[in-house]
Design a binder for this molecule. Structure first.
Ligand SMILES: Nc1ncnc2c1ncn2[C@@H]1O[C@H](COP(=O)(O)OP(=O)(O)O)[C@@H](O)[C@H]1O
Ligand SMILES: [Mg+2]
Length: 212
């Protein structure tokens, strides 16, 4: 999908800006509240990183993967800040943009139990749908807070996998082992980053022996 007209962001840049990482500035779409636009930063690796994302999303679409917990990429667009990519914008039920896992761990200790349950749900989802994430960290996961429902964890960045032999990722048990390894490494990173917080192994670690 290619949107024809130029999307105007510059004038409302401050209002529309959601957040920026090393590679992408993320803006809310000025007309469609359910979309956001990612524009490459000036980092020399940014454009390459976005185009790698495009090709991984193409694979996910071709394989008809369940993207319930991954923000989907919906096409490219042109803006007055340069070319961009359209993504599903992750929002809470009050319409505001969902906040990062980092935010909740730092600012909402009372929600920790619910956050751990949401992370467990994300781990199970990634394994069941065989979705490989290369860059799991606290700002690439948003916590979606929905009225009368437990919060859920959504991936907004870092999907895909750079490998010498991509075919290996199509061998189910190898892909599963990789997903579990990456997830468990992420849990270790959380423990290291937030040493004062208890992240229970029995809830969070993926153990393939117990999968079925
Ligand atoms: N689909 C999305 N919905 C809502 N916010 C998002 C979305 N994608 C990214 N963001 C916000 O923008 C930030 C930067 O986007 P990201 O894609 O992670 O850029 P980078 O590749 O530079 O890390 C994220 O940490 C998140 O806070
Ligand atoms: Mg990121």
């Amino acid at each position: 999908m290619q949107s024809q007209s130029i999307i105007l962001l510059k004038e409302q840049e401050k209002n529309l800006h959601i957040a920026s990482g090393a590679f992408a500035h993320c803006y809310r779409h000025p007309q469609q509240a359910d979309l956001c636009i990612k524009i490459a930063t000036s980092n020399p690796k940014a454009a390459k990183r976005l185009s790698t994302d495009v090709s991984y999303y193409k694979k996910l679409h071709a394989q008809k993967k369940n993207l319930a917990q991954v923000s989907d990429m919906l096409g490219s667009c042109m803006t007055d800040l340069g070319p961009g990519h359209l993504y599903e914008c992750i929002t809470d039920s009050d319409g505001t943009v969902s906040k990062t896992l980092d935010h909740y761990i730092n600012a909402h200790p009372e929600m920790l139990g619910a956050i751990i349950t949401a992370l467990r749900g994300l781990a199970t989802y990634l394994l069941q749908n065989r979705i490989i994430i290369s860059d799991l960290h606290v700002k690439n996961i948003l916590i979606r807070v929905t009225k009368n429902q437990p919060p859920s964890a959504m991936i907004v960045d870092g999907i895909g996998d750079k490998v010498a032999i991509p075919l290996l990722n199509y061998i189910g048990p190898l892909a599963d082992a990789k997903i579990a390894r990456r997830w468990n490494r992420f849990v270790a990173y959380l423990k290291n980053k937030f040493p004062e917080i208890h992240f229970p192994d029995d809830q969070l670690l993926l153990d393939l022996g117990k999968k079925k």
